[in-house]
Every structure is written in C-alpha cells, then in structure tokens.
Write a protein that binds this ligand. Structure first.
Ligand code: GDP
Length: 460
C-alpha cells in the first residue's frame, strides 16, 4: 500500500477489552518494537526466540516490581491481525493493573493507539480491504442476528468479492473498447456492440441490486423507528407491554441514531424496532384526529419509519380512520391501522374495521393477533425476506459510491447510444473503476481514512 499515515511506524498499545473490572483484560501491542518492548518487561523468557502463535505465561515486571501475572499471545507479522508483530497481553481485569501495564509499555517506547488504528493497519498492510475493515466495526456494533450475519458476510469479503466481479466485468469492457481503438485505423467496428451492451446491462443489474439492498441494509443496521399513537385509553401501554414482554432486545447503542426521545427496543425476526414513547403526543391528544396538525405530534410521526395507529374498536368510526389515513398519505408516512380490544367488540362496532379490511385486529390484553401484527411490522420494514446470505449494503459511504458508479455507467451507456468514440467511452469506464476503488480503498487519502477509522473503538 503506497499510503503512509502519520505515526504509521510507531508501535501502538491499547486496552482491547472494555474499561472496568472483569475477570481478565486484554491489552494489545502492535508494531515492529512489540517483541523488543515486551522482552524488557517479561524477564523469564526471550520472546523473540519463541515461535509465532504460541502463548507464554509469566510475570510482567517493571524495575523488579511485579505488575501482574499474565498470558502473552505472540503473533509474528505478517501472520497477525494487523500484519505487524503483535502481542496480546491477558492480564487480570483490574483497571489499575491495566493502566500500570499500559504505562510501562508506553515508557518503553510505544504510544497509545488511536480509535480503530489496529484495523487501519490491517487495511494498510493489505490484510483487509476498506469495505472489509469497515464491517469489522459493524460486527462489533451488531446487536441482532441479522446485523451480525450481514457484518460477518461482508467482513469475510462477501461484498468485496461482488465488487471484484464488477471490477473484472468493467475491465473486460474496457479491454474490448481498447481493442477497438487499436484497430480504428482500419475502420473496423470491433467488439460487436451488442456484446458490449449486454455487458453494460449485466453490470447495471448487479449495481442496482446492491443499491436496492441499502434500504434493507439500513433497516438491519439502524433498526426501524415506530411511533405508536392513538387516543388515550386505546391501549397503547398495554400493547407496548405485550410486545416488550416477549421481544425486549438487549441493546447498548445503535450506530447512527440520536436518542432524543425515550424509546423501547424490541427484536422481531432479527430486526430492531425502536418504539417511540408517544407521551409527547398524548399530551395534546384529546382527539388525535383533530390534533393531527399539532406540530409536535407530526414531528414525531415524520421522524418515524412507521406509524402504528392504535384504536379502540368500540370507539372509532370509519370516518375517523379515513381522515387519519388521508393525513398520513399526504405526508407519505408508512402506517399500520390496528384495531384493539376486539375481545370486547360489539357487533355494530366491528363496522369500523369492516371498512378497513387491511386494519389488523388485536386484543392487547389477551395477546390475540400480536403475531399477525409483528409479521405486518416486519413486512412494512422490509420488502420480502431478510436474506442475509446475499450481499447487503449497510454503509452509507458505499451506497453513495454505488450511486455515483451507476451514474457513470449511465454515461457509458448514453455514450454508446450516441456512438461517441471509443477513447471517450474508455474515460467514462475509468470513472466507474474510480468509484469502485473508493469503496475498497484502492483510491483513498489520509483524511478519509482517519475519518473512517475514527468511528471505531479504541483497541480495535
Ligand atoms: P393508553 O392510554 O392508550 O396507553 O391505554 P392503556 O394501555 O392504558 O389501556 C387503557 C385501558 O384499556 C386499560 O384499562 C386496559 O386494561 C384496557 N385495554 C387495553 N387493551 C385492551 C384489550 O385488548 N381488551 C380490553 N378488554 N381492554 C384493553
């Protein structure tokens, strides 16, 4: 890799496990001085004389003072995560001990690692391409089955191999064009244009598929925000509890989301749904339909991916629902109409839902219809099944590059249609290759790399 970032030559150290007390803590050291530095602190053995991929047990000492009894895992470059010499120190999980060990290592010449710097080095040393490196961060942040699968697929190079195929197709295309250029003197219409057009179509098909996968990727990565709204006593709290009882998700933080509202998170079929607390809406809603213009409630609904409108089947008329629907349609908001308290539904009151055949009937109290509701939520969130075996674009940076790539491809297609000379077509194709290179990191600069890796945690 030709690019050299500032400090790339330093040996770096960081705690790789979370801050705080635990059974053990792992400190990572990477760089050409790793073995030399640890040798000074680990007197019982000469580490440089040990084989790679072995573990060594012993005392870590600084000036005859024992810091801890530790286990060292040795990895000699290039057979390591970063591609450099790496030592992982498993020490006892006391923050005090860890701090002492890290300080001792920095005193011997290492410096503290920046966020993501280990993975950045893995990228710069060719162990991972940029798309793979970024999915490492996604994997660490994954909190559902679907997000884990997608990140793992991409880290193992699933996305990268798709890109490689695209790249090969583009190069084939460009080779055909250039062949034509070589023969242009002889006025040969080479590389029959139908084959070229077919290739462009194939390319475009693959790219469009990746572009389309982003809406699903976004759902998998960031979850889906659902606002449950309805009149007081419609049963919102009861429904929330019914959903939470079975599906409460364990989440730390969701990448890329701001948390200015209180929300409960549930996991349905591997997708995170963030149910927004509608207390703010409740304040205003003597009658939600009349109050629909209230800025605050609209704001909440606008910010949501799906509005779940819950109504008491005995208290709601078809007209009310129609008015409500109309408003949401005008705002282009996805919604689900959910009729509650069907366990107590009187014959006449069913009228409201018979006019709305797509309304979902539930009883939050007896948990009837909750599964159908969950299914409907999943279907609204994604179109079709979550097929995490296929490549799904989850990263906005990749998505952006794919859109530009698609635009350049349109230029190529139009150029062919207008019969522009081959050398101009070749330029457009080079542009396509450029955008592919942006994703995999073949074309990049220091600022961009710093930005990408600054979103990692320290020690990774
Ligand atoms: P919220 O104001 O919309 O949050 O409504 P609540 O969840 O507090 O429910 C209002 C009342 O309706 C409570 O007494 C609930 O027990 C009752 N309720 C909620 N869901 C159902 C249901 O499906 N069937 C029946 N019979 N009562 C329900």
């Amino acid at each position: 890799m030709s690019i050299h970032l500032s400090g790339w030559d330093d040996t770096i150290v960081a705690l790789a496990t979370p801050q705080g007390i635990g059974a053990i803590g792992v400190i990572r050291v990477s760089g050409k001085e790793s073995f030399h530095i640890l040798n000074q602190l680990f007197p019982s053995k000469d580490l440089t004389a040990q084989a790679s991929h072995t573990i060594q047990v012993g005392y870590l000492k600084e000036d005859d003072q024992v810091l801890d009894e530790v286990v060292l895992s040795l990895f000699k470059g290039p057979r390591s995560y970063t591609g450099e010499d790496v030592i992982e120190i498993s020490c006892h999980g006391s923050p005090f001990i860890q701090e002492q060990v890290i300080r001792a290592i920095t005193k011997k010449g290492a410096r503290l690692a920046k966020p993501g710097e280990f993975t950045q080095r893995a990228f710069l040393n060719g162990k991972l391409d940029l798309a793979q490196a970024e999915s490492v961060a996604d994997l660490i942040a994954s909190n559902t089955e679907a997000s884990r699968k997608t990140a793992l697929h991409n880290m193992r190079g699933g996305f990268s191999s798709d890109l490689k195929q695209l790249r090969e197709q583009l190069i084939r295309f460009s080779a055909m064009i250039e062949l034509e250029l070589d023969f242009s003197q002889e006025d040969v219409e080479f590389a029959d244009r139908t084959a070229l057009k077919q290739l462009i179509d194939e390319l475009d098909g693959s790219i469009q598929q990746l572009i389309r996968s982003f809406s699903l990727g976004n759902v998998i990565r960031n979850g889906v925000q659902v606002a449950i709204i309805g009149k007081p006593n419609a049963g919102k709290s009861t429904l929330l509890n019914a959903l939470l009882n079975e599906n409460r998700a364990i989440v730390s933080d969701i990448a890329g989301t701001t948390r200015d509202t209180i929300e409960e998170v549930i996991n349905i079929n591997g997708i995170l749904f963030r149910l927004v607390d509608t207390a703010g809406i409740r304040e205003h809603t003597a009658d939600i339909i009349e109050q629909i213009g209230v800025a605050k409630s609209l704001e909440k609904m606008n910010a949501s991916d799906i509005v779940l409108y819950l109504f008491d089947v005995n208290e709601t008329t078809a007209e009310e629902l129609k008015a409500f629907e109309q408003t949401l349609k005008e705002k282009n908001i996805q919604y689900l109409l959910v009729a509650n308290k069907t366990d107590t539904a009187k014959l006449g009151s069913i009228q409201a839902i018979t006019h709305m055949p797509y309304a979902i009937s539930i009883s939050a109290k007896t948990h009837t219809g909750i599964d159908v509701l969950k299914q409907a939520l999943t279907q609204k969130a994604i179109s079709g099944d979550v097929n995490t075996e296929a490549t799904i674009v989850t990263n906005a940076r990749h998505y952006d590059a794919l859109l530009k790539l698609s635009q350049s491809l349109t230029d190529v297609r139009n150029g062919m249609h207008d019969q522009v000379p081959g050398d101009l077509l070749a330029l457009d194709i080079r542009q396509c290759l450029h955008y592919l290179g942006l994703i995999t990191g073949e074309i990049t600069n220091e600022d961009q790399l710093d930005f990408i890796f600054s979103k990692f945690c320290i020690g990774k």
